[in-house]
Design a binder for this molecule. Structure first.
Ligand code: C2E
Ligand code: SIN
Ligand code: SIN
Ligand code: FE
Ligand code: FE
Length: 408
């Protein structure tokens, strides 16, 4: 203790910290950002090295989000790759998470490799072996809304006490259980927001069959990973980063909603567009921005900005350029150039083109992955912001995992 420079917080301090972070969850909207914030905060409440959130899908638990500080030290992509992993557990008493979901009771274990023989649940060490980790203590609690609906299960693991591995205390369990109530409500709300956004996408999909759930999920996830890297390189403060990425996740999904106003004869044309047709097509950027027009929230403002700017090019040859979106008719102006293009427009440009190239379209076949990557790299400095392409290159292993997760 004498050599410990970090003062141990009092119970009062822990409780006020708990209230503070519960409050901050209200500002988050996107499901992934919500899960990330919850886990981050739960780990700080209980001094845990790692954790996982499972979300209920029918009678199963889907492994939905995970963090691990030890594993994350080596490679900046590890956490992202792990968080796109997909596996499911049955809700029954065999696994620890399944047991907690089935019974609604928290489980607090000191060492999962020494579970008492009369316990109903067992620990599956397969995942530990795969990732080269030793799980010891685990605290697992149910995530239940105020209507008492189970949205999932939260697990924190490997308590660190005074720098050494230990167990989760009764206090930890109490605080994590309290926090789990707030967390469950935030998750419930975020799921609703996502459902509404996906419903908007489905309306667009009726018109344009390329504007599908998988496509928009990929573009949003690529954009989010590129921004993570870009923000780290550009020293964006943590708070600003979290807020922006939360908005970006949703806004990027809506980058092409303006296509709902493009006639079918152009939208679904199997061949190349004429110059006039392409001019009509380009209006989807401005139309999209108009949908979020009188920007009510930060989220609307980001959605409008991305819809408007995702086809600008770094060298100034993109569209719509300097436009007056209230003018009638709208005429494209000279393209924005370099950093005049908002950063989120520059990011979605790379994510969108990469996804367009690697997907089939009415007017073209899907490109080979390497050809698409080569084109993105070659167009750094002309079409794309070189700093954004660099970030894209650095998260490319995650991009591949995302492509598999949201396959057409
Ligand atoms: P999209 O299909 O989602 O494509 C988005 C962007 O990806 C395009 O923006 C372009 O920058 C890039 N891209 C897509 N396919 C190719 C390709 O084969 N080669 C290269 N070098 N880049 C590609 P852009 O050009 O502003 O197009 C916006 C939207 O206009 C496209 O969205 C698509 O819906 C439509 N579109 C563009 N060209 C054609 C065409 O020749 N025929 C038809 N039917 N639609 C087109
Ligand atoms: C505009 O609405 O024309 C400007 C918005 C932007 O710069 O992204
Ligand atoms: C940001 O802080 O995320 C935006 C900075 C920029 O526009 O370059
Ligand atoms: Fe577009
Ligand atoms: Fe698109």
């Amino acid at each position: 203790m004498a050599t410990n420079h970090i003062s141990v917080p009092t119970e009062e301090e822990r409780l006020s910290h708990l209230l503070e972070i519960s409050e901050s969850l209200n500002d988050v909207r996107d499901l992934d950002t919500v899960l990330e914030s919850i886990l981050h905060q739960a780990r700080s409440i209980a001094n845990a090295d790692g954790g996982t959130i499972y979300l209920r899908e029918g009678d199963q638990l889907a492994f939905s989000y995970t963090q691990n500080a030890t594993l994350d030290k080596g490679d900046h992509n590890t956490q992202s790759v792990n968080s796109y992993a997909a596996f499911k557990l049955a809700i029954n008493r065999k696994s620890i998470a399944g047991y907690v979901a089935a019974t609604g009771e928290p489980v607090n274990l000191e060492d999962v490799y020494n579970i008492p023989a009369d316990s109903p649940h067992t620990f599956d060490s397969k995942y530990d072996k795969e990732i080269g980790y030793r799980t010891r203590s685990i605290l697992t609690v149910p995530l239940r809304t105020t209507r008492n609906e189970l949205v999932g299960v939260m697990q924190v693991l490997n308590a660190v006490r005074d720098g050494v591995p230990g167990r989760f205390t009764e206090r930890d369990q109490l605080y994590i259980s309290l926090f789990a109530n707030t967390a469950a409500v935030a998750i419930d709300k975020a799921k609703m927001t996502r459902a509404i956004v996906l419903r908007m996408i489905r309306v667009a999909e009726l018109r344009d069959p390329t504007e599908t759930g998988p496509h928009v999920n990929r573009v949003a996830a690529y954009s989010s990973e590129i921004y993570r890297r870009w923000a780290a390189r550009n020293q964006v403060p943590e708070d600003e980063f979290r807020r922006n990425r939360d908005q970006l996740r949703i806004a990027a999904m809506l980058h092409d909603v303006g296509k709902v106003a493009i006639p079918d004869s152009i939208l679904k044309k199997p061949g190349k567009l004429t110059a006039e047709e392409y001019a009509v097509m380009q209006r989807h950027s401005v139309t999209g921005a108009c949908l979020f027009g009188d920007a009510g929230s930060d989220w609307d403002a980001m959605s409008a900005e991305i819809a408007l700017r995702h086809h600008e090019k770094w060298d100034g040859t993109g569209y719509p350029g300097r436009v007056d979106i209230d003018a009638e008719p709208i005429v494209n102006g000279p393209g924005l150039k370099g950093e005049e293009i908002p950063i989120f427009g520059r990011i979605v440009a790379v994510a969108d083109v990469y996804d367009a190239l690697t997907s089939r379209r009415a007017y073209k076949e899907a490109w080979d992955e390497d050809d698409a990557l080569e084109t993105i790299r070659q167009d750094a400095g002309t079409h794309f912001d070189p700093g954004v392409v660099r970030a894209f290159d650095e998260v490319y292993p995650v991009v591949k995992v995302i492509r598999n997760k949201f396959a057409d």
